[in-house]
Design a protein around this ligand. Structure first.
Ligand code: ADP
Length: 394
């Protein structure tokens, strides 16, 4: 059987990220982004090998953008497209794995939309457009939350009245599951350990950041909760704050819920602390030049990350290694080193040369000999979504 092609689609409210994944090729034959959809500036960018191209698609919505993408995909895939994998942020308690998209699964994704009001409706736009455009093709949804459905109840319940959970689904769900699953499986492969008999702590550090405890291929705890705001300091998100902050700001400053939500999600995190940027590269450069805000943002980021990893270790009975991934985890030797400085009590010590070497997609072990294993493992959510789609095709 020739190697199969899967189109992976990740829809935002005004954008579509896509990648064509071939099961036999390490690099994506085609990838790109349609952005500013619904506006006169709508544009489709794509990359095939080293060649980049773009097409102005003024006023295009998701469906029109996908219809422009279709012939490009078919050409690159030589007419052999076998399925479409959609990233969906929230699967609630309905989905503990990838699912084939049909009227029943679509209905369930709509039902959990109140839990992810910014994301699921946008994901649905892409799914509905793709199902109309490619009616004969198998389409699959892969959820950010699904991997964490294996959390034990003591890890996923909040200490609030039980009726809020039973009647309104108020619990911890966790996100970034596709990435945590991919890198923990990869780490097992890299070290020759069976995925179903190995235990990992994972730090996924991108614009959004989360930690996860993975035991024998199952998520046992994770730092994000009901929404992707809980847990670590992120690019623009605060992570954990005192839950009374909302009422304090409302009482003392008269802020509305919308203002507080926007502040915690868009103006906080690295950006809020530094007063400079949400981008770790910018902050590292500014720190070298003595910028006090950037220095503080990095200190808080690493300390809070270390605290979260120590907390996650409660979920494991054994530890085979700690994994760094995501744009920051894969590239920042400084953040890895400063974080592990706080975890000396657990025995973590880095090999500075190996730590410096593992950047820009280089995977490997970065711990000093005789100390607990630490790995840098580049994530690849598109490939994992394609693998899940292929598994359902089979
Ligand atoms: P997303 O969550 O949007 O997928 P990424 O995983 O691409 O984000 O991560 C983006 C973050 O990675 C940004 O904060 C960026 O500054 C950081 N990053 C990328 N390269 C480096 C680098 N060389 N050093 C430090 N941080 C980096």
């Amino acid at each position: 059987m020739p190697a199969r092609n899967i189109l992976v689609i990740n829809c935002g409210s005004s954008s579509i990220k896509f990648a064509l994944v071939n099961e036999a090729q390490e690099h994506f034959p085609l990838s790109g982004l349609a952005e500013r959809l619904g506006s006169p500036e709508a544009i489709l960018h794509w990359q095939q090998g080293d060649e980049r191209d773009s097409l102005v698609i003024a006023g295009a919505d998701h469906r029109l953008a996908l219809s422009h993408l279709l012939p490009i995909v078919q050409r690159v895939a030589a007419g052999e497209l076998h399925g479409i994998g959609h990233r969906v942020v929230h699967g609630g308690e309905y989905f503990s794995g990838a699912t084939r998209l049909d009227t029943i699964s679509l209905q369930a994704i709509r039902q959990v939309a109140p839990l992810a009001p910014l994301h699921n409706p946008a994901n649905l736009l892409g799914i509905e457009a793709a199902m109309k455009l490619f009616p004969g093709l198998m389409q699959v949804a892969v959820f950010d939350t699904a991997f964490h459905q294996s959390l034990p109840e003591h890890a996923y319940r909040y200490a609030v009245p039980a009726a809020l959970y039973r009647e309104h689904g108020v619990r911890r769900y966790g996100f970034h599951g596709t990435s945590h699953r991919y890198v923990s499986h990869k780490a097992a492969q890299m070290t020759g350990l069976p995925p179903e008999a190995s235990s990992w702590l994972v730090a996924h550090l991108g614009n959004g950041c989360s930690t996860c405890a993975v035991e024998n291929g199952h998520s046992r705890d994770t730092s994000m909760g009901l929404t992707p705001l809980e847990g670590l300091v992120m690019g623009t998100r605060s992570g954990d704050v005192d839950p009374n902050l909302h009422s304090h700001l409302a009482r003392t400053l008269g802020w509305s819920l919308e203002q507080i939500d926007a502040m915690l999600n868009k103006d906080s995190g690295l950006l809020g602390l530094s007063g400079l940027s949400n981008d770790m590269r910018t902050l590292e450069q500014a720190r070298e030049q003595g910028h006090a805000g950037a220095t503080l943002a990095i200190e808080v980021f690493c300390y809070r990350l270390a605290k979260s990893l120590a907390a996650m270790s409660c979920a494991l009975r054994r530890l085979d290694g700690l994994i760094f991934t995501g744009g920051i985890g894969e590239n920042s030797a400084l953040i890895r080193s400063k974080t592990l400085d706080h975890l000396g009590l657990l025995g973590f010590t880095l090999d500075p040369a190996a730590n410096a070497r593992c950047i820009r997609g280089v995977a490997g072990a970065i711990h000093a000999d005789g100390h607990p294993r630490v790995l840098v493992v580049p994530t690849n959510e598109e490939r994992q979504i394609a693998l899940d789609t292929l598994a359902l095709l089979d």
